[in-house]
Design a protein around this ligand. Structure first.
Ligand code: ATP
Ligand code: LTN
Length: 329
């Protein structure tokens, strides 16, 4: 059996970037010979100040969204991080086996410090260790994420290798799973920046829950260039290339076929076609999400059963780790 693990923070409303870079693959990776653990990482979210009630509500909304995006809570374990204490427990042991130097090189840490200069807390610094604990608890083979998480997967691998060398084979060394196109969906307003749900300009991102009108409007306003030719060239034509790569992700077309289909057409046509492909796929997701939110009893059952399945596997690894380092547990 192969194991898949991934996590999403319940902060803000998820975007097309989250969908294409991660969520879509989460559902596609569910298969006969793989068991998937999908986690709403609320403990990661508190590295940035949160309103308590809003955080609880958004964690449940994120669970509903994951199911609406095709995650089957019977096939996979879908759970909330804070309900499985082994994550925090392993994180402490791993913190004692991680160097300050390697953590201070993390680009997400540097970015977040710049964004939240009034709250540079220790949790922001040890964030990648908690993420390594998430992954390593489940003897994970594959971690489906967007490009921005590559450095965090690398440090999780380094921590696993170092621990195995020091204490004997304890952890599987995980691999990242990053899509070829769509691993880094760019902002519609500034195609040099990644699309981010925390972008203060809402025209930069499309939220999965945006209405069809809003989605169309945001794509129509997308920044392109002035040469008028539709081709894939991320360096010289970042805006158009971003639209093309979103289009291929939503239509399952190859980049070659997509470029051929738009030959001789204008940017206006590209924008409306991309918007339509996105609307077609997101409409049923939105309907299912709304239906699920009305069924809190079902969502509660899902997270309780997800947490108990996850805890069983996580506690096995944690016991082995405690034994290695000499803790009683
Ligand atoms: P923000 O967009 O506010 O920076 P985040 O990066 O913290 O949010 P999460 O919700 O924690 O986002 O990310 C969930 C998954 O979505 C991760 O695997 C991440 O790599 C992926 N992801 C986030 N933004 C993008 C993007 N623009 N393109 C592709 N994948 C993305
Ligand atoms: N750091 C990730 C979210 C995350 C995650 C994980 C992803 C926390 N734990 C484990 C994959 C595996 C983010 O900010 N996108």
């Amino acid at each position: 059996m192969k194991y898949v693990f991934s996590g999403i923070q319940p902060s803000g409303s998820p975007t097309l970037g989250n969908y294409v870079g991660a969520l879509r693959n989460w559902s596609l990776l569910q298969g006969e010979d793989r068991f998937c653990y999908y986690c709403v990482v609320d403990m990661h979210a508190i590295t940035v100040r949160q309103d308590a009630e809003a955080l609880k509500r958004r964690s449940m909304e994120t669970v509903a969204l994951l199911i609406a995006c095709g995650i089957d809570p019977v096939k996979s374990a879908l759970f909330i991080q804070s309900q499985v204490p082994a994550h925090a427990e392993l994180s402490w042991v791993l913190c004692c086996n991680t160097y300050m130097g390697e953590l201070s090189r993390m680009t997400q840490y540097k970015d977040k410090c710049a964004k939240h200069a009034d709250n540079i807390n220790a949790g922001l610094f040890t964030y990648p260790v908690l993420m390594a604990a998430d992954i390593l608890l489940y003897q994970t083979d594959l971690v489906p994420v967007g490009v921005d998480q590559k450095q965090h997967i690398e440090i999780a691998r380094d921590i696993a290798i170092r621990f195995n060398n020091a204490y004997g084979e304890t952890f599987k060394v995980p691999e990242g799973f990053i899509p070829k196109f769509g691993g880094r969906v760019m902002s519609l307003q500034d195609p040099a920046q990644k699309m981010s749900k925390s972008d203060p300009n809402p025209n930069g991102f499309v939220a999965i829950m945006d209405t069809p009108d809003v989605i169309l409007k945001k794509f129509k306003r997308a920044v392109t260039d002035s040469d008028g030719e539709i081709r894939y060239d991320p360096e010289n034509k970042p805006g158009v290339s971003n639209l093309l790569s979103i289009y291929t992700s939503f239509t399952d077309m190859s980049m070659e076929d997509a470029v051929a289909a738009f030959a001789g057409k204008g940017y206006g046509n590209l924008k409306t076609e991309v918007a339509q492909a996105v609307i077609d796929e997101l409409t049923p997701v939105q309907q299912e999400y709304k239906r699920l939110l009305d069924d809190q009893a079902y969502l509660n059952d899902v997270i309780q059963s997800g947490a108990s399945r996850a805890a069983k596997h996580a506690n096995e690894t944690l016991r082995a780790v405690y034994d290695c380092v000499g803790l009683h547990g």
